[in-house]
Structures are given as structure tokens and as C-alpha cells.
Design a binder for this molecule. Structure first.
Ligand code: NDP
Length: 240
């Protein structure tokens, strides 16, 4: 298998979230296969509680267990310093960002009962069509959250956290659209353009007034066909 050969030639691998699940399995498979990398850095946020990982490390001398909580900058820097000591000459060949949590949440709190109340009354003249006159959730997103347009946004290349959060917001919009369709609540995401605010800076082409007058006119005209959509402030459909 070509993958096996490639790992054999890989000097070092770092796996996050190696305490259990897929991360632990990655470490185990790498360590016990006939294609083990020189050094496997198995990180876990609480290594002392990661019993299976510790057992595995005691059997394979190329596994190095290091503490790493991926949401703590302090922990990241400490781990990076330890890994630097461990891999002084060749650096790190392969970083596997595996750690993750699954969180499920819905919107059955706060404003949803009020939106449902409005939706059940219908829009203008009791209309059952979706619109802001009936009930709608508008998520102010950004073109920077578009995966497809990412290649064209070189100026903002380093905005990883912002782009990721807007990309996530787009997914939330789609989930809400699916979830709230039966209630008749229109859900969509809109990009207000690049605007001269504290965030947008003085080079942005649009004034807040220009952006918002156009954005509001798009929002005001939303209909059933826009449910679950991603539009810009001119009403153009944006790719996800
Ligand atoms: P598990 O819930 O089984 O394991 C999650 C791992 O991530 C644990 O080792 C956990 O450590 C660790 N972790 C969570 N938060 C942190 C943190 N802040 N710092 C360090 N480690 C952390 O998940 P899976 O193994 O199933 O998933 C692994 C990856 O694969 C995730 O990124 C997930 O999104 C992705 N994925 C999984 C799929 C699946 O079907 N399982 C499908 C598609 C993607 P601890 O023991 O300390 O909690």
C-alpha cells in the first residue's frame, strides 16, 4: 500500500486528541504497523488520565506523550517548546489536527418562541408565504466565510479565525433553514459588502449607509425562494 510506505519515510507525526477515539487509533495504528514513523508525538489535554495511551506508549518507544489542550494558547506554546526539544534537527513532518468536540444545540430558547408566534400569525394580510413580514432569521455573514471564494480573498488570507467563524455561521444558517422551515420562518445569510467600519477599515469601498441601504432592501424583498440562501448586499447569490 502506498500510504504505508509514505509513513515509513515520515520521520515524525504529531497527533492531537490522542487520548481516545480516532486520535488514539491513529497512534496505535502508526505504532504497531510495519510502517511506523521515527517519532509519534501523541498529545492529550490530560495525559495522566489517558490510560490507554499511556499503556501504548509503554510498549512503543517511539511514542512520546505530551500535554496539549488545543484551546489554550499557553498549553499550545508549552507543547510546541517540548516538541522542539524532541525534534531538534528535522522539525515536524506531519501534524494531524484530530482533537475535536461535537456539540449539539438548537434554538429552542430565547427568541424562537417569539419568532414562532409571529410566524403562526402569518405575514401581511395573514399570508403564509415566507418573508420578513412573517418571520425571519438573518445572519450577517461575510464573503470571507465562502469556501469557494477563498482563493480570491488574498488580502485577508491571514484571517483564519474570522473566516472559519463565518464559514461556521453559514452552516448554522443552513441548519436553521432546515429546522425552521416547517414553522414558516425564513432563514438566510447575507454579506453586507466591505464597509468602512472599525472592522472594515478606511480602505473599504462602501460607507455604512450605502451598505445598509442596499442590504436592507435585499432583506425587505426576501421571499420563499431565498430561504436557506447566501446572498450579498446587492441580492447576488454567493457560493458556499
Ligand atoms: P472523540 O470524541 O472520540 O475524541 C475526541 C478527542 O479530542 C479526545 O481525545 C479528546 O480529549 C480530544 N479533545 C477534545 N477537546 C480537546 C482539547 N481542547 N484539547 C485537546 N484534545 C481535545 O472524537 P473522534 O475521535 O470521533 O473524532 C476525532 C476527530 O475526527 C474530530 O475532529 C472529529 O470532528 C472528526 N470526525 C469524526 C467523525 C466520526 O465519525 N467520529 C466523522 C468526521 C470527523 P479528551 O479525552 O481530553 O476529552
Amino acid at each position: 500500500m502506498s500510504g504505508a510506505v509514505n509513513f515509513k519515510e515520515c520521520g515524525s507525526v504529531l497527533v492531537t486528541g490522542a487520548s481516545r477515539g480516532l486520535g488514539l487509533q491513529i497512534v496505535e495504528s502508526l505504532a504497531s504497523g510495519g510502517f511506523s514513523p521515527g517519532k509519534i508525538v501523541a498529545t492529550a489535554r490530560n495525559p495522566e488520565r489517558a490510560q490507554k495511551l499511556q499503556e501504548l506508549a509503554s510498549k512503543h518507544s517511539n511514542i512520546h506523550v505530551i500535554a496539549l489542550d488545543v484551546v489554550s494558547q499557553e498549553s499550545i506554546e508549552k507543547a510546541a517548546a517540548e516538541v522542539t526539544q524532541l525534534l531538534p534537527e528535522h522539525g515536524l513532518n506531519c501534524l494531524i489536527n484530530n482533537a475535536g468536540i461535537s456539540v449539539s444545540a438548537d434554538f429552542n430558547t430565547a427568541f424562537l418562541p417569539l419568532l414562532r408566534q409571529a410566524a403562526s400569525r402569518g405575514g401581511a394580510g395573514g399570508s403564509r408565504s415566507m418573508s420578513i413580514q412573517r418571520a425571519a432569521v438573518i445572519n450577517i455573514s461575510s464573503v470571507l466565510g465562502s469556501l469557494e471564494l477563498n482563493w480570491k480573498a488574498e488580502t485577508f488570507n491571514k484571517w483564519y479565525p474570522y473566516k472559519a467563524s463565518k464559514c461556521a455561521l453559514n452552516m448554522v444558517s443552513r441548519c436553521m433553514a432546515l429546522d425552521l422551515e416547517a414553522d414558516g420562518i425564513l432563514c438566510m445569510a447575507i454579506h453586507p459588502g466591505w464597509v468602512r467600519t472599525d472592522m472594515g477599515g478606511c480602505e473599504a469601498p462602501l460607507s455604512p449607509e450605502e451598505s445598509i441601504s442596499s442590504t436592507l432592501s435585499v432583506i425587505g424583498g426576501l421571499t420563499e425562494k431565498d430561504h436557506g440562501s447566501f446572498l450579498d448586499y446587492t441580492g447576488e447569490v454567493l457560493p458556499w
